[in-house]
Design a protein. Structure first.
Length: 348
């Protein structure tokens, strides 16, 4: 018995290799009323404080991030969301991607960009730029993709995220940050009393396997209509076929902003802390996820349990499975082109 206990202890101790420990870096950025910590593991937001309230879920150590394999604060790629069947056809050439859940390529396969150590190209007190070079053929995706992500805290209480990517072969790119926002100041508390507004008239419909069908449904007269502000918990358990598939909100909304960075895409308000976050983006869509999968077993910073629906994700992105749905905006990137995308989170 002692032998088995020793083996388990060694496995636990060796969860992080010495090479990973040496490669790991953490950068702190500061601006008026804001402070943020960025990990080079997954280019993650490890901490995001507004007026000393940490509004980002996460863990206290690199070991926890590696062990739990959650997407907290990470950049997801090469393609966030699902590509149904793992099937990709570009210019008549077929590519078979790594498949996982339900036989689909999910979040770019495993490991995706969230489980890679990124290079830090530059940083100062308010901004940091990280780079990951995804090899040609990684998880089945064609082309060597060079992706730069820049985080900036501004003097006007903004978190700005800029993405830039180039490729050596025609490929697809759909990148997003997967931060879990909780404005309550208590990461074990649910966010059902937080108020959500969205500039969206429609959302992508799922089949019973949570695969997008390629169709959009109007939000009018449904629990998905946030064109006027509603508490997240007000209709989250309503009798609705789409909500029953995901057990809460986990849907991609088509934004009315048409990629205009000056137009408000979403707003989240906590009426207890009086913290508001506004979302602006050049992306055509936004995935809203309300942490329906959290059940209290995962413990975050300070040992606080991540209870059911204790966060909201604003994944600014293109639609899932766009490569197989030509009616949606293209995600194809070709050699000689530069992919650029910007999302701003403005705090009040």
């Amino acid at each position: 018995m002692k032998k088995y206990i020793l083996i388990l202890a060694l496995i636990s101790i060796s969860l992080i290799s010495s090479a990973q420990q040496e490669e790991f870096k953490l950068v702190t950025l500061k601006a008026p009323n804001m402070e943020m910590k960025i990990m080079n593991y997954g280019a993650r937001i490890q901490e995001l404080k507004f007026r000393n309230t940490d509004v980002a879920l996460g863990f206290d150590s690199l070991e926890q991030y590696i062990k739990e394999r959650q997407n907290y604060g990470a950049v997801i790629g090469r393609y966030i969301g699902r590509i149904v069947g793992g099937y990709l056809n570009i210019d008549g050439r077929e590519h078979m991607l790594q498949i996982r859940h339900h036989g689909d390529c999910s979040h770019g396969g495993s490991p995706n960009f969230s489980e890679r150590f990124w290079d830090i190209l530059s940083h100062n007190d308010t901004t940091v730029t990280l780079r990951y070079v995804s090899p040609d053929g990684e998880n089945g995706f064609p082309g060597e993709l060079t992706l730069d992500v820049t985080y900036t805290l501004t003097q006007t209480q903004d978190l700005r995220i800029d993405y830039k990517a180039t490729t050596t072969k025609a490929t697809v790119v759909n990148i997003a940050n997967h931060n879990f926002f909780n404005l309550t100041g208590d990461h074990s508390a649910n966010i059902l009393d937080e108020e959500l507004w969205l500039a969206a008239d429609s959302f992508a419909v799922y089949d019973m396997s949570k695969r997008v069908t390629g169709k959009l449904a109007y939000v009018k007269d449904t629990p998905f209509d946030f064109r006027t502000p509603h508490l997240i918990g007000e209709r989250i358990d309503a009798s609705n076929s789409q909500l029953s598939i995901t057990k809460g909100y986990d849907h991609c909304f088509k934004l009315n902003t048409n990629g205009d960075l000056s137009k408000l895409a979403a707003r989240l308000v906590d009426n207890h802390t009086d913290i508001t976050v506004e979302v602006y983006t050049t992306e055509p869509a936004i995935q809203i996820y309300t942490a329906n999968g959290h059940n209290g077993y995962i413990k975050g910073k300070g040992g606080k349990p991540h209870s059911h629906r204790n966060a909201v994700c604003f994944e600014t992105m293109h639609f899932p499975d766009s490569p197989n749905n030509p009616q949606w905006p293209s995600t194809v990137l070709r050699p000689g082109e530069t992919f650029r995308s910007t999302t701003i989170f403005h705090f009040n």
